[in-house]
Design a protein around this ligand. Structure first.
Ligand SMILES: Cc1ncc(COP(=O)(O)O)c(C=O)c1O
Length: 354
């Protein structure tokens, strides 16, 4: 079976972890600082703050932006639950906007219609590694005095008009095991704002700047140097890993027939966290055929966030026709850097004979 995702692990990751183990210093320390520095360089931001996950990164970012009870945050429903659950944990209310059919991302044309006096932030999700239309989103945010928190969990290294995502608003990334750059578990927040970065570092670790002097209420949302050691080796190879994904996606785009293939807008550098085709009609049968042909698949995501039971109870009925239709059509295919030419040919043959 060709797996839908596969972490790209080399001897470098293995020896980096062993080095940390041998050092006896396992908790957040030098390796985490190195990962933060390298991550900030990739995102071209002044700061990167490592967290225990993308989810805790989103939550801390919302808190540090002062978002809470009585506030509204505009986002999409065609995403992983954490884009919304992090908003709910602050006490704020998610307000869903439909997506663009072409990119699966928030449709900026529909944002202004849902802005109210309670709206505090826009939380666009760069889904599958394709950047959102940041020019339009930033212009709307500026016009209405809103903050922008980019859910860039799937999009490390992606660029919009030459500028890395995570540098438009405050960026939040995931380093979960299947992500383009991973550390097993982990997250990263990027910002140019010195004060915000300091606030995030304190929220992340018990409100401390100096050990055991607690200046504010804080959590333990730290990562460890064991995880960071993996992340450092991964981010050193980001260009190579991304290039492989791009080549795999280009090959599939060139050879697949009879399905709707994904596109990258000319103004973006897509990093292909997922390669997602659309199969209107009998998706289940198509998936069965792909599995019988040895091709692993994923559905990201079968139930849009606003249709999840507990969310529906909280936000009521919302009409998001594009989201609902695409949730029934999408199938993600393997695009990860470990695919061989033979794997790509197997995928093409299986898809073209659906
Ligand atoms: C779009 C999106 N947002 C947030 C997250 C949460 O990241 P994590 O799994 O690291 O908590 C993920 C990761 O799966 C994601 O895909």
């Amino acid at each position: 079976m060709i797996y839908i995702s596969k972490p790209h692990i080399t001897e470098a990751e293995k020896s980096a972890v062993i080095e940390v183990l041998n050092s006896g210093m396992l908790a957040q320390g030098k390796k985490t600082a190195e990962l933060e520095e390298r991550f900030a360089a990739v995102c071209e931001t002044r700061h990167a703050v490592a967290t225990s996950s993308g989810t805790t990164g989103l939550y801390l970012t919302l808190l540090a932006h002062g978002i809470g009870e009585g506030d509204e945050v505009i986002t999409t429903s065609f995403t992983f639950i954490a884009s919304t659950s992090s908003v709910l944990f602050t006490g704020a209310r998610p307000v869903f906007v439909d997506i663009e059919e072409e990119t699966f991302n928030i449709d900026p044309k529909k944002i202004e219609a849902v802005i109210t006096p309670k709206t505090k932030a826009i939380l666009p999700v760069h889904l599958y590694g394709h950047p959102c239309d940041m020019e339009t989103i930033m212009a709307i945010a500026e016009r209405h005095g809103l903050q922008v928190i980019e859910d860039a969990a799937q999009a490390v290294g992606a660029k919009y008009r030459g500028k890395p995502v995570g540098g438009f608003g405050t960026g939040v990334f995931s380093l979960y095991a299947t992500k383009n750059v991973m550390s097993g578990e982990g997250g990263m927040i990027t910002t140019d704002d010195d004060q915000l970065a300091e606030h995030l570092r304190m929220l992340r670790s018990h409100g401390m700047k100096e050990r055991y002097y607690h200046e504010m209420l804080g959590y333990n949302f730290r990562t460890s140097d064991l995880h960071a050691a993996i992340g450092v080796e991964q981010i050193k190879r980001i260009d190579e890993l991304t290039e492989k994904r791009r080549k795999n996606a280009a090959y599939l785009n060139e050879h697949l027939e009879g399905v709707i293939t994904p596109t990258a807008r000319p103004e973006v550098e897509h990093v292909w966290h997922q390669y997602t085709i659309r199969v209107p009609g009998d998706r289940d049968r198509a998936i069965e055929h792909l599995h019988e042909s040895g091709v692993g698949t994923g559905i990201f995501y079968p139930v849009p966030v606003h249709k999840q039971g507990y969310i529906q109870e909280l936000v009521g009925e919302v009409s998001l026709p594009v989201t609902e239709r695409l949730a029934e059509e999408v199938i993600s295919l393997p695009v990860h850097p470990s695919l061989t030419q033979q794997d790509l040919e197997t995928i093409v043959e299986a898809v073209n004979s659906i």
